[in-house]
Design a protein around this ligand. Structure first.
Ligand code: ADP
Ligand code: ZN
Length: 362
């Protein structure tokens, strides 16, 4: 083991720049990565009840000699609440955490978003390290500093931009991830090809089966290429004034499907898969993109075991109404991310209701 299999990318944000380390068995073979990211003498590890029994012991060596505490919450999107946020605040208070405490978020997007928001708020902001254990968190939510909790009224309504100090992606943790969660994460991987990178999209077409069968090299490559795109767009546009919005491809449709379908029924990645197809269809029908690209997208997503049809029982007008509540809209008219074809997403304002309604169905 010479460390050559650790690949490190950087998110360039001036004095808030940070590394993304990717590789197999990083936690056990390279405890120094975590050790170096935790600067102060105190650490709080946040995890959930599925992940903690599997991987909490792997982060302890990286914390040696620090005074550390652990907080384990129940798993699931329903736990991304203000109540759980308050629990993290009390955990900090209980350990008499100072401003040099570091929070370590070990888990999927729920733990990462909640932990990041807690780190943004404790004493107006302390360091945190992302140790993502779902594919979705590895390629998307752990990078870029969007942190939040949900309200009953909607997802991610309370949050802050707060960048992590490091992202440590131990690809071995994917070995225990349920198949359905892995496939949901692949939807976000496909998204990077769809919006930025036709060559990556073609690579995914060539490696779909390897990825589904968890071929380690293929997964590492997909994660690295995805993180590269995420890191670049975040460096260009940290607070989403411009082209970071392209990452929302498929998401305005998708969020509506999640909201109306129920978060238990459709996973986020699954809703994004369906939403990307809706966006591609709308693009083709309005003459922006070739219809053949919609077909390629549908076929790749299906090969990855992802849904591509809007659930038939969801009322199309209710979906449209849900889309209007999207955070991205500016004063009334719908703002959508469409594409000119694979690898070329565009922000489009003022899309007509009729076009949106038709896009739900083939
Ligand atoms: P996401 O990362 O998709 O936003 P969650 O944080 O809710 O979602 O994680 C999805 C589910 O997978 C949760 O039930 C979580 O406990 C579980 N989980 C996360 N990482 C792993 C892992 N490496 N192995 C097994 N289960 C995991
Ligand atoms: Zn997403």
């Amino acid at each position: 083991m010479n460390g050559m299999d650790v690949r490190t990318l950087r998110v360039e944000l001036g004095d808030r720049s940070y590394p993304i380390h990717i590789g197999p068995a990083l936690l056990s073979r390279h405890p120094e990565l975590l050790f170096d990211a935790v600067r102060g003498s105190q650490a709080l590890v946040l995890s959930d009840a599925n992940v903690a029994p599997l991987y909490l012991s792997f982060v302890r060596p990286g914390l040696s000699a620090r005074s550390s505490a652990e907080l384990v919450i129940p798993p699931g999107e329903r736990e991304k609440t203000l109540d759980r946020f308050a629990e993290v605040m009390h955990a900090f208070a209980g350990m008499r955490a100072s401003r040099d405490v570091t929070l370590i978020a070990l888990g999927g997007g729920v733990v990462g978003d909640l932990g990041g928001f807690a780190a943004a708020c404790w004493m107006r902001g302390v360091r945190f390290v992302q140790v993502p254990t779902t594919l979705l968190a590895m390629v998307d939510s752990s990078v870029g500093g969007k942190t939040a909790v949900d309200l009953p009224e909607g997802k991610n309504l309370v949050g802050a931009f707060h960048q992590p100090s490091a992202v440590i992606i131990d690809t071995d943790t994917l070995s225990t991830l349920p198949d359905r969660e892995l496939r949901a994460g692949l939807a976000e991987v496909v998204k990077y090809g769809a919006i930025f990178d036709a060559a990556f999209f073609a690579w995914l077409e060539a490696h779909a089966e390897s990825l589904l069968h968890r071929d380690a090299a293929a997964l590492a490559e997909a994660i690295e290429r995805s993180c590269r795109h995420k890191a670049d767009v975040v460096a260009r546009d940290e607070t989403e004034q411009g082209d970071r919005a392209l990452l929302n491809f498929g998401h305005t449709f998708g969020h509506a499907i999640e909201t109306l379908g129920g978060y238990e029924l459709v996973l986020h990645g699954e809703a994004v898969a369906i939403g990307m197809v809706c966006a591609a269809r709308l693009s083709a029908r309005s003459g922006r993109a070739p219809a053949a690209d919609t077909e390629r997208l549908v076929s790749l997503l299906r090969r990855l075991g992802l849904p591509t049809d809007t659930p038939g029982h969801l009322d199309r007008h209710a979906l449209l109404d849900a889309m209007r509540l999207d955070k991205k809209n500016r004063s009334g008219a719908l703002r959508l991310i469409l594409w000119n074809g694979i690898g070329a997403a565009r922000i489009v304002d003022g899309v007509g209701d009729g076009d949106v309604l038709k896009a739900f169905d083939a």
